[in-house]
Structures are given as C-alpha cells and as structure tokens.
Ligand binder design. Structure first.
Ligand SMILES: *Cc1c(COP(=O)(O)O)cnc(C)c1O
Length: 426
C-alpha cells in the first residue's frame, strides 16, 4: 500500500497511533476536506466545524481569496529569509499596523513564538526604558492562563499536565488570580521590578472565562499608573472571534455597528496568531509602538520563516476577508443569537448549567464533575450527529464555529446541540 492511498477512519487513526507521538488525544474523526463552516471525514460524512482549529479558521475552511493569495505567492517566491528583503513583508506590516493602530509589527509564525517575542520585548524595554536592574524584571501573568507550549511559557502555567517533568522552569513571573484587580494592584505595588502584565482578554483554554466588564480597562489603567506594559494575548480572541476585530478593541476601526467606536483598551503590546493566517499557514505577530519596539535591534530576535512572502500574502488576504465579509459583526450577531437560544434551552434540561462567551467564542458548562467523561461523551454524540466540538476541561465544551456561518446554519447547529444534550439528561 502506498502511504498516500486513501484510508479508512480506523486505518488513519492506527497509523498515527503507531508512528506519531501521542501528544494529543483527538476525537476519533479523520478529516480530509473542508469548505466554509464544513469539514468532511474520509468516509464522506459532513460535519459542522465547531472548533475552527482553536479559532485559527475564523474565515472558514479553504477560503478562496486566502488560498488564492497563498497559491499565487507560492508560485512566485516562498522564502528569502530576513537576510534579504522581500517585496511582500512591508505591505503586510503596513496593512497590519494600520488595521490595528500600532507603529510596528514583528512577524513570527506560531502563537507561542509571538508570546515569547512579546516577553523578550517587554523585558528589554524594561531594562532600557524603565530602568529596571538587569535580570530583575518580573512579568505578571494570570492563573489558568494558556499562552502556548514552549519551555518559558509552561514555566508560568499552572496546568500540571503541561508542566510536570519539564523543569527547571524560567524565572521572572508572578502569578495572580485572573479577573482580580486587587491582586493586580497588590502585585504591582509590592514589586518595584514589574515590567509587564500578560493577559488573555478572555481565557479560552481555561474554558472561555469572560472577565467582568470593567476588568481589562481597569487593569490597563493600573499598568499605566505603575509604568508597566499591558500585553494582550489575542491569539485566540483576536481577528473578529469575539464580535469585534479585537477583544480589547483598541482603535480597531472595524466598522462593526455594534462597536461603540471608542477604543476600550489599547494594549502596549498586542499578540496575534491563529486567524491572522485564516487557518492556512502559520502566521503570527507582535504589534507595538516605536517607543517599545524600538528596543529591538538587528540580531536581538528573529525567525527563518517569520515574515516570509507567503505568510505576508496570506496575512493580508486573511485580514481583507475579515473586513470585506464583516466577520466581526456577524460573530457579534450570531453569538447573541447562540446564547439566547441556549439560555432558553438550559432551564428545560438538567445536563447544562450555563452558557457563556462573547461573539462566537462560547462554552457550555456540563452538569457533572471536572473528572467526569460526560463532556467527552457529549462531543462523541455531537460528532455522530454531524457537529465537531471538543471539551476544554472535563465538564466544559467550547463552541467556536467559523465566523462565515449564516443564521440558518447556526440555528441548524443549535438544534443539533440541544437534541444531542437532551439524550444526556440525567
Ligand atoms: C493557541 C494559543 C497560543 C499558542 O498558539 P500556537 O500557535 O499553538 O503556538 C497562545 N495564546 C493563546 C491565547 C492561544 O489560544
């Protein structure tokens, strides 16, 4: 058998099991095609994708405009390294900085790399601009954060599965409770060497935990008071997912009629990834103004693939699609509808305790313990019924479809979800 011959679900899973490292525990479905909000398995069964590759595929699977930009560029020039200029990167940098309202972009590939970049940038700024003594900088992070999987990032995670036996850990981080301003103020006032505060506007992996309304704004004000950089990790919440171009919506100009127009919180450092690529190619980046980004000089940081011509072409197309198709507005409206429908359903059943989220980043809380397999079992049943989602924890299921969904499709999905949940009534 050729390794590229078509395989059954069972064979494909067996192949991965035998030859691949077991660093994931996927739902038992093997996909081989995607278009818009749908994916198909190797037996031809069609599903709604309610994960969107952890919000990387906001623009929908295989969006023709993004695929077109990628294939065009792939036939012209793919990689130069940053040893030479290429004619696409500057265009992407101009477009991204104008879109998000910053002076400069530093392009990378994955979300974790962009987070690492932001941490390095913050530390260097603190030594050269704030005057913190060398090697003393501290960065405040939140409990239950998810910022990626590198050695430094897992050093300040409190997920034991992600951490255990990967030490020794990187120093220089202070962990405080999320959505707790008193804890932030205490950490800031007790430590003179704080350089930055790294935060997710909504904690996605933790189970779509939405902080209280005023949290981000007040946290930013505290950071300003203590001359500490406010670093927003919008790798998951960014690019229209939460019903606005950014969850922090700093000067985003997204023309979403549901936005108030007033910038809510303008991060000092903004981290983007995932949907910056439309889900076709790894593209991430860090945005900041010159007073911060100016501390990075040749040789300080880099990546062979970061800012390559394909990534630049893809990034431009991915942002174009978000604007042209008004995905922020669609995510806002469908998110309201989704929570309204589920909030009507929840009192009629005893299997779901709550739905929460913003835009099309939502989660339901299953009425069972964190150690139970109920959420997993529900996801298996959802799969049988044509909808793919994944638990974030034992009792939380995230629902994050591509933002190109129509109202009719969303209502169809609500019906699949509620019918499936009914079958799990206690
Ligand atoms: C996914 C994610 C990351 C890491 O991105 P990778 O591309 O998987 O490295 C970082 N931060 C947040 C908030 C994420 O959701």
């Amino acid at each position: 058998m050729s390794v590229l011959e078509t395989t059954s679900t069972q064979d494909a899973i067996a192949l991965e099991k035998k030859h691949g490292a077991h660093n994931y525990h996927p739902l038992p479905v093997v996909l081989n095609r995607g278009e818009g909000v749908h994916v198909w398995d190797v037996e031809g069964k069609k599903y709604y994708d309610f994960l969107s590759a952890y919000s990387a595929v906001n623009q929908g699977h295989c969006h023709p405009k993004i695929i077109g930009a990628m294939t065009n560029q792939a036939q012209t020039l793919t990689l130069t390294s940053r040893a030479f200029y290429n004619d696409m990167l500057g265009k992407f940098e101009k477009y991204a900085t104008e879109t998000f309202g910053f002076d400069k972009l530093l392009p990378m590939n994955t979300g974790a790399e962009a987070v690492e970049t932001a941490l390095k940038l913050c530390r260097k700024w603190s030594y050269e601009k704030k005057g913190i003594p060398e090697n003393k900088a501290q960065i405040i992070v939140c409990e239950n954060n998810f910022h990626g999987r590198t050695t430094t990032i897992i050093s300040f995670s409190n997920d034991q599965v992600a951490r255990k036996n990967f030490g020794p850990y990187t120093k220089g981080f202070i962990k405080i409770e999320y959505d707790n301003l008193t804890a932030l103020e205490t950490a800031l006032s007790e430590n003179p060497n704080v350089a930055g505060f790294l935060v997710e506007p909504i904690q996605g992996e933790a189970g779509v935990y939405v902080p209280s309304e005023s949290y981000l704004k007040a946290a930013k004000a505290l950071c300003e008071q203590y001359n500490v950089l406010f670093i927003a990790d919008e790798v998951q919440t960014g690019i229209a997912r939460t019903g606005r171009l950014l969850a922090t919506c700093g000067n985003c100009g997204c023309e979403n009629k549901h936005c108030s127009g007033t910038p809510e919180v303008k991060p000092d450092i903004l981290i983007l990834g995932k949907a910056l690529s439309g889900g076709v190619y790894p593209v991430s980046g860090v945005l900041a103004n010159d007073n911060i980004m100016g501390v990075i000089r040749p040789g300080n940081h880099g990546s062979t693939f970061g800012g390559n011509p394909i990534a630049a072409a893809v990034g431009i197309a991915a942002l174009d699609v978000v604007k042209e198709e008004q995905l922020a507005q669609n995510a806002y409206e469908l998110g309201e509808l989704f929570r309204k429908e589920l909030n009507a359903f929840i009192p009629t059943c005893n299997i779901v305790n709550a739905v929460r989220g913003k835009g099309l980043l939502n989660a339901i809380l299953i009425n069972d313990t964190e150690e139970s397999t109920t959420a997993w079992d529900i996801c298996i049943a959802l799969k049988e019924n044509g909808l793919l989602a994944k638990p974030t924890h034992g009792n939380i299921i995230r629902f994050a479809p591509p933002l190109v969904m129509t109202e009719e499709q969303l209502l169809d999905c609500v019906s699949i979800i509620t019918t499936t949940l009914r079958a799990f009534e206690c």
